[in-house]
Design a protein around this ligand. Structure first.
Ligand code: GLN
Length: 487
């Protein structure tokens, strides 16, 4: 039998069902692994060992009684951006270092109802602002493939945990690439669903028109399994969309013969590191060998996606983060002289540098005199980018390309150069601006570091992405590659 920590959700579900092991045994194996190895990665902010064992024991009883949910007894980790009742939710910030939410996010609730066992809360860039996990108040997360490298961000604790076999799956959130980029850099699968597919209720807001919850797993099949539970209408989220959730697992085994795969001309230009591009092209050749046909498509405004994002996202963040004022939530400075001093000092001491940079940029682009020149203009360009995708999807079923311009970079390498850091999301941000579903699938190694194949679909067409990735994973072994130190 494959070691429990190496098994996928699907394999573990079958082992539990057959009685090969119990959820308590499985949970203990993973908790022991986390205790023994997380000092090398710093992937967790909070480990919830006793709560996990209690949930596992209830799951075992439910299984025996034949009443367990779809994920009964299966271990997962939550990004520390999802509110969890009674357990700290820090969002990677000093501002929320001791914040305990009085309620569960819808995602947390749905996974709990399905019987999942939560091992803990994962480290992340502060308020999900970052691409390397270096903006976290709790320190950077290290990449299990090479501890000198970043695991990506902002969902770096989730991606590192799944890559290091601390858990078969974790939740994440993606505003500009924060699920897919860390998935690519750690050799895991990351899915950002269509905007509105998964509820944002109880997910701490960064940029509300872009934020979307999703999953990090090791197989597309596992992602389908988890997404099926998380997705669906929620009346508590006004942007949630009331559309039936298909059974993602039902179609995942279907062939991709005849699938039209768009290749974006602009994706393979000078910005892409050569070997990364070569691995992505090999992956596309595998799709062709499975009967897919490739069609060249044009996204003429792609190079404007990063600048557009860095107007829209900070604008929304400056508004969302105004709630952290030292009065209602989180950190409060001591001995304030008056109310203004309380606001200034609580925010000045509670937020880190990158968050402050975004709040200042956002406040600037929204201010009188600059609103039309920056914010309104960015909204117009956002529309052009969305139109480019709409035109492309008239000819193709999905778009395939690189997730990131290169494999994982060294921690410290880009911290002093925010533009270089921002450019890491050049291929992922478009899907957020247009609200499209997208995923990253491990497609090879470059100098012993993983890289990812990026798939983008039309609105609400997660099914095609998951099926394409699953068929690819039936032909390749990249998703099974495990960092040497975590075998
Ligand atoms: N890296 C991007 C940023 O810093 C995206 C983050 C995200 O998707 N949450 O904003």
């Amino acid at each position: 039998m494959t070691a429990l920590h190496s098994q996928t959700l699907t394999e573990l579900a079958s082992g539990l069902k057959k009685g090969e092991f119990t959820s308590v045994e499985l949970t203990q194996v993973l908790l022991d692994r986390i205790a023994a190895h997380d000092d090398k990665l710093n992937a967790f902010v909070t480990v919830t060992a006793s709560a996990a064992l209690a949930t596992a024991s209830r799951a075992d009883a439910a299984r025996v009684a034949g009443i367990g949910g779809a994920l009964n007894g299966l271990p997962i980790i939550h990004k520390d951006i999802f509110c969890t009742r009674g357990i700290k939710t820090t969002c990677g910030s000093k501002m929320l270092e001791n914040f305990v939410s009085p309620y569960d996010a819808t995602v947390v609730q749905k996974l709990a109802d399905a019987g999942a066992v939560v091992l803990g809360k994962s480290n992340m860039d502060e308020f999900a602002m970052g691409s390397s996990n270096e903006t976290s108040y709790f320190g950077p997360v290290k990449n299990p493939w090479n501890p000198e490298c970043s695991p990506g961000g902002s969902s770096g604790g989730s991606s590192a945990s799944v890559a290091a076999r601390f858990a078969p799956a974790a939740t994440g959130t993606d505003t500009g690439g924060s699920i897919r980029q860390p998935a690519a850099l750690t050799g895991t699968v990351g899915v950002k669903p269509t905007y509105g597919r998964v509820s944002r209720y109880g997910m701490i807001a960064f940029a509300s028109s872009l934020d979307q919850a999703g999953v990090i797993t090791r197989s597309s099949e596992d992602a389908a399994r988890l997404l099926g539970v998380m997705a669906g209408f929620d009346e508590r989220d006004s942007t949630s969309i009331d559309q039936p959730v298909p059974d993602y697992l039902a179609s995942i085994g279907d062939s991709i013969k005849g699938l039209r795969v768009g290749i974006v001309r602009q994706h393979f230009d000078a910005g892409l590191e050569e070997q990364t591009g070569a691995r992505v092209k090999e992956a596309i050749a595998v799709l062709e060998s499975l009967g897919a046909t490739t069609v060249e498509v044009d996204l003429p405004n792609l190079d404007m996606s990063v600048p557009t994002y860095y107007v829209v996202a900070p604008a929304e963040c400056s508004s969302n983060l105004s709630r952290f004022d030292g009065v209602r939530f989180g950190y409060r400075a001591d001995d304030a002289e008056d109310l203004l001093d309380l606001y200034c000092r609580s925010r000045g001491e509670g937020f880190g540098d990158e968050v402050k940079r975004r709040i200042m940029t956002g406040t600037y682009v929204l201010s009188a005199g600059y609103y039309d020149a920056y914010y309104l203009k960015a909204q117009q360009v956002r529309q052009l980018i969305a139109d480019d995708f709409r035109k492309a999807f008239a000819d193709v079923d999905l778009i395939a390309g690189p997730t990131t311009p290169s494999p994982a970079f060294k921690l410290g390498d880009k911290v002093d150069d925010p533009i270089q850091m921002y450019l890491n999301d050049i291929y992922t941000i478009g899907a957020n601006l247009a609200g499209l579903p997208a995923m990253s699938v491990p497609c090879g190694l470059v100098d012993d570091l993983p890289v990812g194949l990026h798939l983008v679909g039309a609105h609400f067409n997660e099914e095609t992405l998951l099926r394409c990735a699953h068929q690819y994973q039936q032909q390749t072994e990249w998703h099974k590659a495990c960092p040497e130190a975590f075998k």
